[in-house]
Design a protein around this ligand. Structure first.
Ligand code: XUL
Ligand code: CO
Length: 431
């Protein structure tokens, strides 16, 4: 034991808890035919919880962690603390970027040696842990070499460096039996069209993603490849703006059926959508994969990556996840940071525990809404005229026939209420 979380014991479910215990998340409770743990599939994000130093655009490090530094010993201490926290929380999954877990070396080869050593160390720890890998990913955005993009860089050597990095991260994810591999293109975009060949950069990104898919099949990785849409930050304009943009990108490069999306709440809001819009669209396009359940601050307007703490919002999101049939390889990753004043080990536990509880509460509300069925019945009723007779025939008809029918039948359609207030009142009965 590292002693980092001294005086904190394993969290358990206690509906009357006034301390760190879960008041709503009971992993073993059967909800909608399955244990809650299997529905929600929580994951801790290694980077924010263990690598982020507490900086913001105006100030640097506030956290003082005993594992901060660039040595292998410290990287192993970080791993020890991380697995202690997974155990305290009872989380079934975690996620990493290469750069979160290993010290950067002076050369690619040295970074890779460090990385492989930590992956083996994870492997040993996972052999006696209940926490599995939800996904691995490559950090192709922090180092200055990626300032003009990774796959979309004007310099082919950076494309090659990035491809080699993703190859190694996919190998490691496969080795640890990860359930997904994620690509988020933070620098795959541009600052100004004055120096950017947009068409060429999109082609580079498309070929890069095809290579990732080809490599997945080559090594027999059975997990899903997920792209995580985000409109901007750090790039002014990202090529994977939102779910709709990613779908057209996949179509363009013949990758639909091969790649799904990891939808993040905060990114959906930055794109001007609601989270549930992005989830519903992904499901309707057949590309829903996983979620990052971290939100932004609604006033400051940038990506603050906060833990979720709004039950009604979370309930509407899980309602869409349920309608999509729930998670298969995906899960609920907390890509979430503490606030930079939350310095203590207990804050790290409380951030996750509270988020797990909010999600559990929202999820149970979503299940109750689905089981009640009123919302779906009212939605079905709204479209019922499309299911038979005139409505059913309409989409296989043509403009000229329809125009004749409209004139000959002579009736004028009457608008019908959308019943939004009634529907919102129904939702509020459950949340
Ligand atoms: C950035 C973001 C990333 C991805 C993984 O906004 O969400 O942490 O989830 O690279
Ligand atoms: Co994310």
């Amino acid at each position: 034991m590292t002693g980092f979380f001294k005086n904190i014991s394993r969290l358990s479910y206690d509906p009357d808890s006034t301390d760190l215990g879960f008041r709503h998340y009971n992993p073993d409770e059967i909800v909608a035919g399955k244990r809650m743990e299997e529905h929600l599939r929580f994951a801790v994000a290694y980077w924010h919880s263990f690598a982020w130093p507490g900086g913001d655009p105006f100030g640097a490090e506030t956290f003082d962690r005993p594992w901060f530094g660039n040595t292998m010993d410290l990287a192993k201490l970080k791993a020890d603390v991380a697995f202690e926290m997974f155990e305290l929380l009872g989380v079934p999954f975690f996620c990493w970027h290469d750069a979160d877990i290993r010290p950067e070396g002076d050369t690619f080869a040295e970074s890779l040696r460090n990385f492989k050593e930590i992956i083996d160390y994870f492997g040993e720890k996972m052999a006696t842990s209940n926490t599995k890998l939800l996904w691995g990913t490559a950090n192709l955005f922090s180092h200055r070499r990626f300032m003009s993009g990774a796959a979309t860089n004007p310099d082919p050597e950076i494309f090659a460096w990035s491809a080699a990095t993703v190859k190694n991260c996919m190998d490691a994810t496969h080795k640890l039996e990860g359930q997904n591999y994620v690509l988020w293109g933070g620098r795959e975009g541009y600052e100004t069209l004055l120096n950017t060949d947009l068409k060429r950069e999109r082609q580079q990104a498309g070929r890069f993603l095809q290579m990732a898919v080809e490599y997945k099949h080559k090594i027999g990785f059975k997990g899903a490849i997920l792209v995580e849409p985000k409109p901007q930050e750090p790039s002014k304009h990202q090529y994977d703006f939102d779910v709709a943009t990613v779908y057209s990108f996949l179509k363009d490069f013949d990758l639909e059926g091969e790649v799904q999306v990891n939808v993040e709440q905060g990114h959906a809001i930055l794109a001007g959508h609601s989270f549930e819009h992005e989830l519903a669209l992904a499901a309707s396009l057949g590309i829903f994969g996983s979620i990052d359940m971290n939100r932004n601050d609604y006033q400051s307007g940038w990506d603050t990556d906060q833990f979720p703490n709004n039950v009604p919002e979370v309930a509407l999101a899980y309602y869409e996840v349920l309608k999509a049939g729930g998670f298969t390889t995906g899960g609920t990753n907390f890509d979430a940071k503490l606030r930079r004043q939350s310095l203590d080990p207990v804050d790290l536990i409380a951030g996750h525990a509270g988020a797990m509880d909010v999600c559990a509460r929202g999820f149970k509300a979503a299940v109750a809404m689905q089981e009640d069925g009123t919302l779906e019945a009212m939605r079905a009723e709204r479209y019922a005229d499309w299911d038979s007779g005139y409505g059913k025939a309409l989409l296989t008809s043509d403009f000229a026939t329809i125009a004749e029918q409209v004139v000959s039948c002579g009736t004028t359609p009457q608008p019908r209420s959308g019943r939004q207030e009634i529907l919102e009142n129904i939702v509020n009965r459950f949340v």
